[in-house]
Design a protein around this ligand. Structure first.
Ligand code: DGY
Length: 322
């Protein structure tokens, strides 16, 4: 009898195809919305596999209620929504989708950075609001990138891809990461730096760390105060890496020049203090949202779920604690 799997939300069709071609019996959330934890349990009862998203809380309470579950494939590179300890205890395999979203996320980082530096959303609103009465020497003056310093916090795949694109804008790159990144150093002459130095020297500080106990609240009041008044903070990683309250205050008090955010501490909730500010560009967590990338993510998650259920190792296992 073939295994049953649940897909927690409609995903690109090729992802579902990879599950069906593996002979799995597939049920998909009929609605395009995040399920409540009770609904997720109900749908997952009796299923051996789950293809989930970063919006699903795969915590101990959930895993306790779905004893048939053997494998979880998350269609995301981040896996902070999964209790790995509980999964390991229960012998549940976990996979994620690294690599395939690197370029899309790096591109969005630059879109955000340029948008906030050149005040693009603000200027576009101005025009559509009928306020454009002609070119003006002081109209929407922004900040140039050329010759400025980009600080990359977390030089993994995405941080590296962001850094490699900095050469196109004539920027200097510095990075902070527990490990030396020789590729970034060689290709961009990037210098490693402690976080404090990076924050003090960067004109644009861009966050690319996973959310872990070490990185939660990494950028708080003290860190924001280290930044230049003319600097911008960009976050496409996870919202909880930044203390949103402290950021809203720093932006309001113009302790830093601006921010570009794609992620939030308590998504989909956005700190109300951010919503009213002009010097912040806010996007709805769309870092990997391209047709190409989401299709690759869906297929990768589907193939890995099928592999795990067939007793084979997935191509992208999430390391579980022992
Ligand atoms: C991920 O995959 O973790 C991203 O945040 C989603 O785009």
């Amino acid at each position: 009898m073939s295994a049953k799997v649940f897909v927690s939300r409609p995903i690109p069709e090729p992802g579902l195809e990879s599950l069906k071609q593996a002979g799995l019996r597939v049920e998909v959330n009929p609605e395009d919305r995040v399920l409540t934890s009770e609904e997720l349990v109900r749908f997952c009862r009796g299923k051996e596999g789950l293809l989930c998203l970063l919006t699903d809380a795969i915590d101990r309470a959930f895993l306790d209620q779905v004893p048939d579950l053997k494998s979880v494939a998350t269609m995301s590179v981040g896996y902070n929504h999964i209790d790995l300890e509980a999964a390991a205890e229960k012998g549940i395999g976990v996979s994620n989708t690294p690599g395939v979203l690197t370029d899309a996320t790096a591109e969005l980082t630059w879109a955000l950075l340029l948008a906030v530096a050149r005040r693009i959303p603000e200027a576009a609103r101005f025009l559509r609001g009928g306020e454009f009465t002609g070119w003006g020497p002081m109209l929407f003056l922004g900040t140039e990138l050329y010759g400025k310093t980009l600080g990359i916090v977390g030089a993994g795949r995405i941080g590296t891809a962001v850094g490699l694109r900095a050469a196109a804008f004539g920027m200097k790159v510095i990075y902070s990461d527990p490990r030396r990144n020789r590729e970034l150093e060689k290709r961009t002459r990037a210098e490693p730096a402690e976080l404090d130095r990076l924050l003090a020297e960067s004109d644009f500080a861009s966050l690319h760390v996973p959310l872990t106990e070490e990185t939660r609240g990494l950028i708080g009041r003290g860190e924001l105060r280290r930044m230049k008044k003319s600097a911008f903070l960009i976050n496409v990683s996870r919202g909880a890496v930044v203390d949103e309250e402290a950021l809203a205050e720093a932006l309001r008090e113009q302790e830093i020049a601006g921010a570009g955010l794609d992620v939030y501490e308590k998504e989909p909730h956005v700190h109300p203090g951010l919503l009213t500010l002009k010097n912040v560009v806010l996007l709805p967590h769309i870092g990997s949202a391209t047709v190409e990338t989401r299709t690759r993510m869906a297929v990768m998650a589907g193939e890995d779920l099928a592999a795990m259920l067939a007793g084979r190792p997935p191509a992208n296992p999430v390391p579980l604690p022992r």
